[in-house]
Design a protein around this ligand. Structure first.
Ligand SMILES: NC(=O)c1ccc[n+]([C@@H]2O[C@H](COP(=O)([O-])OP(=O)(O)OC[C@H]3O[C@@H](n4cnc5c(N)ncnc54)[C@H](O)[C@@H]3O)[C@@H](O)[C@H]2O)c1
Ligand SMILES: O=C(O)C[C@H](O)C(=O)O
Length: 313
C-alpha cells in the first residue's frame, strides 16, 4: 500500500493530487486543507472521474484532520499563498513561513518516516525552514522547483527550435527565483545535438530569459501563479521517489560543500529514489556558471536570513 498526502488543496495541490491519481502513482492520495469541505469536495469530484479515466487510486479529502494523513510515504506541501502580478516569490515569506512550519510539524507527528516534498514559495527557503525545524536527514526534505523550471526551459527551447519538446533535454539549477534560476544552455540538447549549434547566441539568451521569468509571465496572465505544470512537476518528483525510478532531477536540497556551498537548500541535480535524495550529482560547471551559482546561493541565503526576522527560525 503506497500513500501520498498533499497539503493544500488549492490550484497546485489539487492538480498534483489529480495527476497522482490519474497516473496511479500511489494506492491512496489524501488531500488536506484548512478550508472546510474543499478537500472533500475536490476528492469526490476526482473520484467521479475514475470510471471515465480508468484509474484505481483512491482520493480522500479532509479538513485539517492530520490523523487521515497517517503513515504517508511521501507528503507534498503546497499550503500557503501564491503571488499576485508584480510580486516576487520572496515577498510571500512572511505569511508562508508560519504555515509551512506548522504543517511540516503536524505531518511528522503522523508520518514519522515520510519523505517531504516542499512546493510552497519562496520554495528554497521553505525547504530550508522545513529541514531546520524538523531536523530530519537531508535525503528526506526535497524542494520542487527545478523539475518545473526545466520543463519550462524545454518548452521554450522547443518553441525556438520548432521541434517536439519531448526530444529536448535541458536542466535548470540554482534558486527558484526570477533572478536566481540558472538554465544550463551549454548542456541543453535536441536529440543529442547541442542547442548552441542550432540556435544563435541571441535566440538562446532569449530562451534563457523567458525561462527565468516563466512563473512571472504566467502570474501576469492568470492574476495568480500557475498550477498545471507546477502540479504535474510535483507529481513527477513524487513518482520518481515512490517508484524508485533513479531519475536525475534538479531539486532544492541541503548542500554541505557540494558546488562550493553549504547551509542552504538550492537547486542541483539529484538522483531520486525510495530514500528521497539518493545522491547529489556534481556537474562540472564553467567559471561563468560557477559565478552565477555563487550569486544565486548568496541571494537564497539572504532570503533565508528573513526567516529569523519573521520568527520562523
Ligand atoms: N515551487 C514551485 O515550483 C511552485 C509552483 C507553483 C506554485 N508554488 C507555490 O505553491 C503555493 C500554493 O499555490 P496555489 O496556486 O496552489 O495557491 P492556492 O491559494 O490556490 O492554494 C493554497 C491552499 O493552501 C491552503 N492553506 C493555507 N494554509 C493552510 C494550512 N495551514 N494548512 C493546509 N492548507 C492551507 C489554502 O486554503 C489554499 O487552498 C504558493 O506558495 C505558490 O507560490 C510553487
Ligand atoms: O511563479 C510563481 O510564483 C509560482 C511558481 O513558483 C512558478 O514558478 O510557477
Amino acid at each position: 500500500m503506497s500513500k501520498v498526502t498533499v497539503v493544500g488543496a488549492g490550484n497546485v495541490g489539487a492538480t498534483c493530487a489529480n495527476v497522482l491519481a490519474f497516473n496511479e502513482v500511489a494506492d491512496e492520495v489524501v488531500m488536506l486543507d484548512v478550508k472546510e469541505g474543499v478537500s472533500e469536495g475536490k476528492a469526490m469530484d476526482m473520484m467521479q472521474t475514475a470510471q471515465l479515466l480508468g484509474f484505481d487510486t483512491t482520493v480522500v479529502g479532509c479538513t485539517n484532520d492530520y490523523a487521515q494523513t497517517a503513515n504517508s510515504d511521501v507528503v507534498v506541501i503546497t499550503s500557503g499563498i501564491p503571488r499576485k502580478p508584480g510580486m516576487t516569490r520572496e515577498e510571500l515569506i512572511g505569511v508562508n513561513a508560519g504555515i509551512v512550519k506548522s504543517v511540516a510539524q503536524n505531518i511528522l507527528k503522523y508520518s514519522p518516516n515520510a519523505i517531504i516534498v516542499v512546493i510552497s514559495n519562496p520554495m528554497d527557503t521553505m525547504t530550508y525552514l522545513s529541514l531546520k525545524s524538523l531536523g530530519l536527514p537531508k535525503n528526506r526534505i526535497i524542494g520542487m522547483g527545478g523539475a518545473l523550471d526545466s520543463s519550462r526551459f524545454k518548452y521554450f527551447l522547443s518553441q525556438a527550435l520548432g521541434c517536439n519538446a519531448n526530444e529536448v533535454e535541458g536542466m535548470v539549477i540554482g534558486g527558484h527565483g526570477d533572478t536566481t534560476m540558472i538554465p544550463l544552455a551549454r548542456l541543453a540538447t535536441y536529440k543529442g545535438i547541442p542547442v548552441s549549434k542550432l540556435l544563435s547566441a541571441d535566440k538562446l539568451q532569449e530562451v534563457v530569459a523567458s525561462t527565468m521569468v516563466g512563473g512571472a509571465t504566467l502570474t501576469k496572465l492568470l492574476g495568480t501563479s500557475a498550477w498545471y505544470a507546477p502540479g504535474a512537476a510535483g507529481a513527477y518528483v513524487v513518482e520518481s521517489i515512490i517508484h524508485n525510478q533513479g531519475k536525475m532531477v534538479p531539486c532544492s536540497v541541503y548542500l554541505e560543500g557540494e558546488y562550493g556551498e553549504s547551509d542552504l537548500c538550492i537547486g542541483v541535480p539529484v538522483i531520486l529514489g525510495k530514500n528521497g535524495i539518493e545522491k547529489i550529482v556534481e556537474l562540472e560547471l564553467t567559471a561563468e556558471e560557477k559565478e552565477l551559482f555563487a550569486k544565486s546561493a548568496a541571494a537564497v541565503k539572504k532570503t533565508n536570513e528573513a526567516l529569523k526576522e519573521v520568527g520562523a527560525l
